[in-house]
Write a protein that binds this ligand. Structure first.
Ligand SMILES: [Zn+2]
Length: 349
């Protein structure tokens, strides 16, 4: 089985690499011996702070992913709604008004085993913020939110600056021009990089073309590795047209550091999609699905019914199918990440 080559034993054997790399990405000095066997959580002893000017180079990212399955975090939005974030508010603004909620959640993810957490900068681009009249807060929101996640990480995990779709289709299918979208993404990603994000994640993307604009924007202003993940149907088709195979081929050609899916459906419906992605991918594959399909209650709120253990077991089938970076999207909590780490340990034992 392919994963026998990239297991935690190899991570232990590569201690020399990790020691050399410690200064650059101290937060991911994950070694088998540092795992808490009793709880199954992937707790790290090394809490060395990342230095302010440090970031992860593409080469370091490749080394990280070549040495074992990398654990991402779980959901942000669905947990904030559980904690009282009202529907219809600007999430980024609400988070800065309630920083402890995110600090607690992100620390819980890292305690559970997340090696990379996503800063809550999801829609903090000029176009999406304009819906709330906050288009002039791009600099303030991205800078403060990255600082918040770096405080939560405290050198124990990498912090990815998070970007996403504006929801507006690009010309000629829609009315959004390439230039306008590029400028909005360049503005956001330059603040993310300057604020000390270790890498960039473009997630919940709806189409390949808008994702290439994020790659163009990032490459124009910084050297950070860019991970790209798209939302898709269980048959691998993208929400705004095209297929995941086209996405993988295009985005890796354009210089993405990793490519894959997030949100979408539950992990129990994704084995064929992950195998398809793996066949086309020359770069690591991201799989960060929801805790099953949502069920809507009478008030229109989504509930996700897949339990942490069954989520984690389904995720192991996706690791066997080729997933290199794994985590959870809507409906998942630190319990899901803990269960995921526990299963990964058993898989690699
Ligand atoms: Zn989601």
């Amino acid at each position: 089985m392919w994963f026998a080559e990239v297991n935690f034993v190899n991570q232990r054997q590569s201690r020399k690499f990790w020691n050399l790399a410690k200064k650059k990405f101290a937060g991911v000095t994950l070694q088998a011996g540092d795992r808490t066997e009793s709880s199954g959580a992937c707790q790290r002893k090394d809490k060395t702070n990342l230095e302010g000017s440090d970031f992860v180079t593409r080469q370091e990212f490749e080394k990280l992913t070549s040495r074992g399955v990398v654990v991402l975090d779980g959901a942000m939005g669905s947990n904030l709604r559980e904690k009282g974030m009202p529907v219809g508010v600007c999430a980024e603004q609400w988070i800065l008004e309630h920083p402890d909620t995110v600090l607690e959640l992100q620390r819980a993810y890292i305690d559970a085993g997340s090696q990379i957490i996503y800063a809550p900068t999801f829609s903090a681009n000029r176009i999406s913020l304009a819906m709330y009249g906050l288009e002039d807060k791009v600099e303030h929101l991205n800078r403060e939110l990255v600082a918040l996640s770096k405080k939560a990480a405290d050198g124990r995990a990498l912090v990815a600056g998070d970007m996403t779709t504006t929801g507006k289709m690009l010309e000629p299918r829609g009315e959004m021009s390439y230039e306008r979208l590029l400028e909005a993404y360049k503005e956001q990603v330059s603040v993310l990089a300057d604020a000390g994000a270790d890498l960039i994640i473009a997630e919940t993307m709806l189409a390949v073309d808008e994702t290439t604009v994020i790659l163009d924007a990032a490459q124009a202003v910084c050297d950070l590795p860019v991970m790209c993940s798209l939302t898709l149907e269980s048959d691998g088709s993208l929400l705004y047209g095209g297929t995941i195979t086209e996405a993988v081929e295009t985005l890796q050609e354009m210089g993405a550091a990793a490519v894959g899916l997030n949100c979408s459906v539950g992990p129990d419906q994704l084995a064929a999609v992950v195998r398809t992605m793996k066949q086309a991918a020359k770069i690591p594959v991201i799989v960060k699905p929801n805790a099953g399909m949502p069920v809507m209650d009478p008030r229109g709120r989504a509930h996700y019914n897949m339990k942490p253990e069954s989520f984690a077991l389904s995720m192991m089938r996706l690791v066997e199918a080729g997933a290199d970076l794994v985590g959870g999207c809507c409906g998942t909590t630190p319990e899901y990440i803990r269960a995921l780490c526990r299963c990964l340990e058993q898989l690699h034992r």
